[in-house]
Design a protein around this ligand. Sequence first.
Ligand SMILES: Nc1ncnc2c1ncn2[C@@H]1O[C@H](COP(=O)(O)OP(=O)(O)O)[C@@H](O)[C@H]1O
Ligand SMILES: [Mg+2]
Length: 222
Amino acid sequence: MASVQVEAATKDYQLGKTTVPALRGVSLAVESGEFMAVAGPSGSGKSTLLNLIGCLDHPTSGRVVIAGQDVAALDDDALSDLRARTLGFIFQTFNLIPVLSALENVEFPLLLRGGPHGGRERARRALDEVGLAGFERHRPDELSGGQRQRVAVARALVTDPVIVLADEPTANLDSATGESLLELMLEINRRDKTTFIFSTHDPRVMERAQRVVRLVDGKLAA
Ligand SMILES: Nc1ncnc2c1ncn2[C@@H]1O[C@H](COP(=O)(O)OP(=O)(O)O)[C@@H](O)[C@H]1O
Ligand SMILES: [Mg+2]
């Protein structure tokens, strides 16, 4: 079953009286377990597309189906639930909470989600998996860029998501650090069959993807 289906999705942003067509009819199916890059220059609609797939925003027209569920049919609670249980997010600027330790940042989605205890231990394991055992008590400003992004990867994975969305995850990293982050994502993809959809405009990052789709001016290029 396709993990993600986007059907003829458009997204217009309203800027005062001007309509900005960020996506102009995008159709895309992503199979479960894919390691896929969304490539395209700045302004081509990559973030907009990832935000639609991540249910962080609604399409102006068209449909988004995640793990068999038509997103438009879900109420706010069901959407939060889908985001919390099915999806994981990694952002270009890491988006860690500065006053929390690495461990607390990773534990955070588990606290939001509620449910059984043992979050601390799971968070510890997730940090260990991204190679950050021993850094549990460090705050983000005590970590390098590469380490911060690894904390963000651990935070995205701690809930065992089926799909991980990463918006230009290597854009703020030097190339060697970016390379090793990608290697980590690939390893997790292979081991757990987690679907990864990441955006980039770096040709070296695209090379590592199993499939690359290209956005140009809000449309997929053939
Ligand atoms: N919140 C917004 N309001 C108005 N225009 C936006 C907004 N977000 C994005 N855009 C516009 O939509 C287009 C696509 O943006 P975006 O999805 O961020 O592209 P990318 O991530 O590829 O750089 C751009 O023209 C951008 O200026
Ligand atoms: Mg973007």
